[in-house]
Design a binder for this molecule. Structure first.
Ligand SMILES: O=P(O)(O)OC[C@H]1O[C@H](O)[C@H](O)[C@@H](O)[C@@H]1O
Length: 543
């Protein structure tokens, strides 16, 4: 819908329903309807979702689905998959879903054979990965590659870094991947530590190939390599992933060794394409394609399942429910999988860069909160750190718990203990413990209030058989589509990120004030002036 969805009948009905439901405890909801535990579940591909522990009834779900309909979600989904320019502020199509379409699918957008081009790049990536993995590709001294270093930031780092960590059990060619992103020199220093230039391959990943951090790190890596092996070694040790062939050539990387993508893939939606090259080298093209089939499975589900049985739609609409009706500020993502330890960080960019917007796609201001704040850590570590606030704090923090039935490798029953923790936490969060229950255990009266567990804290539980390339793809696509649905309801452009531009430009403008021999004379503001002076003083520069 155009305009302000909060003015719709559907929104008003949800507001009214919220007034009726907000005072109800999950204990009551389960007592009134014990069958909800069996009914409020969904399956998509290999993922099983339990959403019974939400402060919602079937009526809530109906009303939320009606809101999604009202927002025009159906048409928006067709528009995205059909290649319409739904990224309006940049006048671009939004086609990360094309990165995993089957080779025989057809999609021509703005005169471009999108699927053909995607598969041509995938084939080149596969051929290159195979050469590196089979040791046919050799470094300048004739030695095979043992470490791939991805140099990128944001979407050109978080995706492949998260996925490599998630799938490192599948890295079977003896090739380690490392990731460097920060312009803090400590990052590249740590990344290069212990590496042998002769066996190191750098993948410089940048959609624009203009990003300060990435180009700076790439230059440092280049000097490190050249110092050891000479200028001629560069072409054997540097490849690039970018949409900008000209800048890649300018940097001195042979366009033959560049893997492309297109402006219709947003950085944070890009690791299932060429940005995933370092991951593909580590786990192999076959596993990478299994991951793509997982993405595809979720795409298919999202596209075809009725909204009431649609996992991304239900999870997204529950996100709207808590954000806009309960006033929740954040959403925790708690993977009970050490391998997913970078997943919350990855989701932070995916969700917050996409939906952290104050104006709608047409430029008009939004009238409700947008953009959930995602955060989290793997269980059980989080339990021993911040779960106290989740259980007994004053804030409402809806949480997504993610678990797997099979470990890649178990040790003395540890995996079952891990899962027992997940289940215990969601149960305690939902149902808590009353003062009577605690007093009944003989707890002294003055301690009882401290031990009361209020409960009524909502969670989703996602269970999958095992963390594999395919289930990872399903999981990532699930959240991509959650972002899409929420963005559609809020009416924002989930595919631009103008808010990060100003800071980047100001950093470039400010750099000379820090480094100049002469004390600078102009500053953006009085506070920054003081800080620049303090910094110069601490660095021993003239003030
Ligand atoms: O891939 P690049 O062009 O180097 O961009 C890297 C990152 O930088 C930007 O500041 C954007 O906010 C991100 O969306 C992007 O992923």
């Amino acid at each position: 819908m155009n305009g302000d969805i909060t003015q719709s009948q559907e929104w008003a009905e949800l507001a009214k329903h919220h007034d009726e439901l907000a005072g109800k405890h999950l204990r009551e909801l389960f007592a009134e309807d014990p069958g909800r535990a069996g009914r409020m579940t969904l399956t998509a591909g290999d993922l099983h979702l339990d959403y019974a522990k939400h402060r919602a009834t079937e009526e809530t779900i109906d009303l939320l689905v009606a809101l999604a309909e009202r927002a025009g979600l159906r048409e928006r989904v067709s528009a995205m998959f059909g290649g319409e320019h739904i990224n309006v502020s940049e006048d671009r199509a939004v086609l990360h879903v094309a990165l995993r379409m089957r080779e025989n699918a057809e999609l021509v957008v703005d005169g471009q054979d999108v699927v053909g081009d995607v598969h041509a790049v995938l084939d080149r990536m596969s051929a290159f990965s195979d050469r590196v993995r089979s040791k046919e590709w050799r470094g300048a001294t004739g030695q095979p590659i043992s470490t791939v270093v991805n140099i990128g930031i944001g979407g050109s780092d978080l995706g492949p870094a998260m996925a490599y960590e998630a799938l490192r059990d599948y890295a079977d060619a003896g090739i380690e991947a490392r990731f460097v992103s920060n312009i803090d020199p400590a990052d590249i220093t740590g990344t290069l530590a212990g590496l042998d230039p002769a066996t190191t391959l750098f993948v410089v990943s940048s959609k624009t190939f203009t990003t300060l951090e990435t180009l700076t790190n790439a230059r440092v890596a280049r000097s490190w390599l050249v110092a050891a092996l000479g200028e001629d070694a560069v072409s054997r040790h540097f490849v690039a992933v970018s949409t900008n062939a000209e800048k890649v050539a300018e940097f001195g990387i042979d366009p033959e060794n560049m893997f492309g993508f297109w402006d219709w893939v947003g950085g944070r939606y890009s690791y299932d394409g060429a940005i995933g090259l370092s991951l593909m080298i580590a786990i192999g093209p076959e596993r990478f394609r299994e991951m793509l089939s997982g993405f595809r499975e979720m795409d298919q589900h999202f596209r075809t399942a009725p909204f009431k049985a649609n996992m991304p739609v239900i999870m997204a609409m529950l996100g709207i429910w808590y954000t806009d009706f309960f006033g929740a500020e954040t959403r925790a993502v708690l993977p009970y999988s050490q391998r997913l330890h970078r997943f919350p960080a990855y989701l932070q960019q995916l969700t917050m860069e996409s939906n952290g917007k104050s104006v709608r796609a047409d430029g008009s201001p939004v009238t409700v909160a947008t953009g959930e704040i995602f955060w989290g850590e793997p269980g059980t570590n989080g339990q021993h750190a911040f779960y106290q606030l989740l259980h007994q704090g004053t804030r409402l923090v809806p949480a997504d718990f993610i678990g797997f039935a099979e470990p890649y490798e178990d040790r003395e029953g540890m995996h079952d203990l891990l899962t027992a923790n997940l289940l215990a936490q969601t149960s305690a969060l939902a149902f808590g413990r009353t003062a009577e229950e605690i007093a009944g255990e003989g707890t002294p009266a003055e301690i009882v209030p401290h031990k009361v567990m209020p409960g009524n804290r909502p969670t989703s539980t996602i269970l999958a058989p095992k963390l594999t390339p395919s289930t990872l793809g399903q999981l990532v696509a699930l959240y991509e589509h959650i972002v899409f649905v929420e963005g559609t309801v809020w009416g924002v452009d989930s595919f631009d990120q103008w808010g990060v531009e100003l800071g980047k430009k100001m950093a470039l403008d400010l750099a000379p004030a820090l480094t100049s021999d002469e004390p600078p004379t102009s500053f953006p503001d009085a506070s920054t002036e003081e800080l620049v002076k303090k910094y110069r003083e601490l660095r021993g520069r003239r003030v």
